[in-house]
Design a protein around this ligand. Structure first.
Ligand SMILES: Cc1cc2nc3c(=O)[nH]c(=O)nc-3n(C[C@H](O)[C@H](O)[C@H](O)COP(=O)(O)OP(=O)(O)OC[C@H]3O[C@@H](n4cnc5c(N)ncnc54)[C@H](O)[C@@H]3O)c2cc1C
Length: 522
């Protein structure tokens, strides 16, 4: 992973000159922004001596205190995180990076850190975009990033129940490869799939691009093992249970604040025989939304179902490898079907009838296949935009169908007001019977003080989302960015409940301090 950008450095991309020209003309992007500070010029604060006892637990080879390891575990991968690190700001670097080999070592690390008041930040793929890795460690004796990459095995496969136990540090592609060798798939493909981990998916309630067909990650989880400072939690004795509240749900989305997820037993499916992706064009976002809702509510449901608004369609963001090319007007919907050959044929024919009945024009497989080919490319464009002085950031929410038009308008107008001369694009990315998520991408000039400007805009958008009945996050999570709005989502009593759970599982408060749970006032 590029330390100050996204992904594989060999796949870094440049924007065509025509696009750079348009960014300057339309958005006022200034030429020649300051280049990123080189890695060797970054100077994280001197590490606090907190790693010695941890070396005894995981072995000296698995504790790193060099600058590069610390910088590579500093914050996550939001655009603001990238702006900070590109500007040379490594103030939040952990004091040490610890790489445990198994669940028992993690229990021992947590016990030791509790005794010595060392903050622990569980680190999966490091792709958080909500400040989930930016723990508040000043009042602790040190901060360690607990990198889970050595927990990288498929430990069990139950072909009868169709479940697989995957260790938390497995990245998306490796997990899929291990399952594919046995004929199965998870079907979880968030845009960060190539780098994010199984534990991270569970800890953030991630949602993938094929969620219409395979479900959100939290719906895939049948069981979890969690290491806490108080011991081990083993959850999920049966697929469903009436034995009180489902504690799996308490761990899903807990963002490292309650414990370290060490493995996940996930519901898997047979590898699809066929995959077909297609494009449809609608005259307007409202018309496309009606079609998508009909599929979500009455079926048949494609495996992938997404609808870009007019601006996103025009720019071609749904097909990042072809950005800047002529994309036509109206709104592009991408519908994908995965499964057994006959079942896909029937589902596809049924969906076609619904799409046509709602005014959709078929565009064939071309746009669908080019979406599929570029489905993990957009984050590389983000780096290319930063290189030329622009800034692209995303935010997301969800609401009930009846609130969705109001929610979309509220966010769009707020962004237009707070960030004039910006490009605001939106798509529906995940659908349910009762509602859908909205995913916004904003491109604007970096200008002076981009962090402050974006922070102000984001706060105003959060107000607008709450006011319009949406959630502060559909799948990115809470982290530190949304933490202070959690009370708007679940109320003061809900926040108190989370605090009580944390106090019981993590009495010394070492796990991801400041992430997820707002501090108690007074
Ligand atoms: C370019 C880009 C595209 C993205 N696209 C999507 C998308 O399509 N869908 C989506 O849902 N998200 C998306 N994300 C957000 C992010 O990838 C997800 O939140 C992902 O689930 C994080 O996984 P990770 O392994 O990288 O976790 P990390 O970033 O390492 O950690 C995320 C949080 O979970 C905690 N954590 C990590 N592992 C564990 C564990 N084993 N036990 C306990 N706590 C843990 C961390 O402490 C942190 O608070 C995107 C991010 C980027 C940068």
């Amino acid at each position: 992973m590029l330390w100050n950008g996204w992904g594989d450095p060999d796949r870094a991309t440049r924007l065509p000159d025509s696009v750079v020209g348009l960014l300057r003309e339309l958005l006022g992007v200034r030429p020649d922004p300051a280049p990123p500070v080189p890695l060797e010029d970054l100077a994280p604060p001197a590490p606090r001596a907190c790693a010695r006892a941890l070396e005894e637990i995981v072995g000296p080879d698995h504790v790193r205190t060099d600058d590069e390891a610390r910088i590579r575990h500093t914050r996550g991968k939001s655009t603001l995180d990238l702006l900070r690190i590109r500007a040379g700001d490594a103030r939040d670097a952990p004091d040490a990076v610890v790489l445990p080999g198994d669940h028992e070592e993690i229990l021992a690390v947590l016990a030791q850190c509790s005794r010595e008041r060392i903050a622990v930040v569980p680190f999966g793929g490091g792709t958080s975009v909500v400040g989930g890795l930016t723990a508040e460690g000043e009042s602790f004796a040190g901060v360690v990033a607990l990198d889970l990459r050595r927990l990288d095995r498929l430990t069990a496969l139950d072909a009868v129940s169709r479940t697989a136990t995957l260790q938390a540090g497995l990245r998306g592609p490796r997990a899929e490869a291990l399952l594919a060798e046995r004929g199965y798939t998870l079907g979880h493909y968030p845009q960060s799939y190539e780098w994010a981990s199984i534990g991270g998916f569970a800890a953030t309630r991630s949602s993938g691009q094929a969620s219409a067909g395979y479900g959100r990650f939290d719906e895939m989880v049948a069981g979890l093992t969690v290491a806490t400072p108080r011991g081990t939690l083993t959850l999920g004795r049966a697929p469903k249970s009436a034995a009180g509240p489902d504690l799996r749900q308490l761990v899903l989305g807990s963002e490292g604040a309650f414990g370290v997820i060490t493995d996940v037993t996930a519901r898997v499916r047979p590898l699809p025989e066929v995959r077909r992706y297609e494009g449809w064009r609608f005259a307007s976002f409202a018309e496309g939304t009606a079609a998508v809702r009909a599929l979500a509510q009455d079926g048949p449901l494609p495996t992938v179902l997404r609808l870009s608004d007019e601006t996103e369609t025009m720019i071609g963001l749904a097909r990042p490898d072809e950005i800047g090319e002529a994309n036509g007007d109206g709104c592009l919907a991408v519908c994908g079907y995965e499964g057994a050959t006959e079942e896909v044929a029937g589902r596809r024919a049924g969906a076609h009838a619904v799409l046509r009945a709602h005014g959709g024009n078929p565009l064939g497989e071309g746009p669908g296949e080019s979406w599929a080919a570029g489905r993990f490319s957009a984050p590389y464009l983000r780096d290319a935009l930063l290189d030329v002085g622009a800034l692209a950031e995303t935010l997301e929410t969800a609401g009930f169908w009846s609130d969705l038009p109001r929610l979309e308008e509220a966010v769009r107008l707020t962004l237009a007001r707070e960030l004039p001369s910006s490009l605001v694009m939106c798509h529906i990315s995940h659908v349910y019977r009762d509602g859908a998520s909205l995913y916004f991408t904003v491109v604007t000039a970096q200008g002076d003080e981009p962090l402050t400007r974006w922070g102000r805009a984001k706060a105003a958008v959060n107000d607008a989302i709450i006011e319009a009945g949406g959630t502060i996050s559909h799948h990115h999570g809470v982290g530190t960015d949304h933490r202070d709005r959690l009370v708007d989502e679940i109320g003061p009593l809900g926040v108190e409940m989370l605090r009580a759970v944390k106090d019981r599982l993590d009495p010394a408060g070492i796990l991801n301090p400041g992430v997820l749970i707002p501090p108690a006032r007074g």
